[in-house]
Design a protein around this ligand. Sequence first.
Ligand code: UD1
Length: 337
Amino acid sequence: MKVLLAGGAGYIGSHTCIELVNAGFEPVIVDDFANSSPIAVKRIEEITGRKIRLYTIDVCNEEELEKVFKENEIGSIVHFAGYKAVGESVKLPLKYYRNNLDSTFALLSLCEKYDVNSFIFSSSATVYGMSEDVPYHEDLPTGCLNPYGWTKYMNEQILRDYAKVHPSFSTVLLRYFNPIGAHESGLIGDNPEGIPNNLMPYVCQVASGKLEKLHIFGNDYPTPDGTGVRDYLHVVDLAKGHVKAIDYSIENKGSIEINLGTGIGYSVLDVVNSFEKANGIKIPYVIDGRRPGDNATSYADPSRANKLLGWKAEKTIVDMCKDAWNWQKNNPRGYKE
Ligand code: UD1
């Protein structure tokens, strides 16, 4: 079965592409490389030993996107395409709303036209907002703090509404917690532009000497060591969750929200200590003030994924730290040659 991966050259998309090949699916990547690199696709081919069908198209461009549906019998869609920098989304809300919603409209309108009935969406734990009701389970009320988060929230709603009036349609709204790590080959991984916003890429750049020290955003949270607690999961585990979600969507109709997380919370200092132990590298840090919009503790109740998808994260925080560093060490400039 052919699976269209919208934004398939990105961090999570590229890892998912590999797991789809491993599971016998035929991925078709659509990506305009706005925030990714064609080299990632070459690396996927190196890892899988397969030629990957690639369309260099902006997913928002419905006219061009139609070509993909005409030339391939698409059985399922995984929609990863979207801007994801929280801070930028606050400054440029229109850019975020337009891009992150138009891509969904284009894909859904072609689903309607070409009768594609399986749609997996990259949502985020960000839809739980500042809830302190941990662990987060899928039935908690949702609400967001920034335009990036609202685009996830709105896309979920658009997909739920579409599913209501298309009885053959099935959509799985995957709420990711904090994906980190990289493929064990060290050939693909997270490749942020400029100074990283997220913790693990930042730690990796400190380890490599590119950045001087880590700035820990607050140590006065009501957590065991005062630093923020998150549910970090290995990107390969996350990728496997998508394969399970496709299987589920083929057998079940309607819409469902599913958390993908380990169910375990680690603090910023836990991550620093694990990284130091796993890789034998010291990470110098300073404590700064809290980052606006961060909450104290976020981790998943992953029981729905376990029950409905038969999915469970398997890799440990040590695996995550080792693989993240292996990728960074082998590719100090990311995909830039
Ligand atoms: C962030 C986004 C979230 C998005 C997710 C995935 C914010 C507020 N949230 O989640 O919407 O879905 O990334 O891209 O940006 N930290 C430091 N120093 C750093 C970086 C992070 O101390 O340099 C701390 C943070 O305060 C937090 C933890 O590390 O406690 C994890 O941060 P991060 O990796 O940015 O993820 P989230 O904020 O959970």
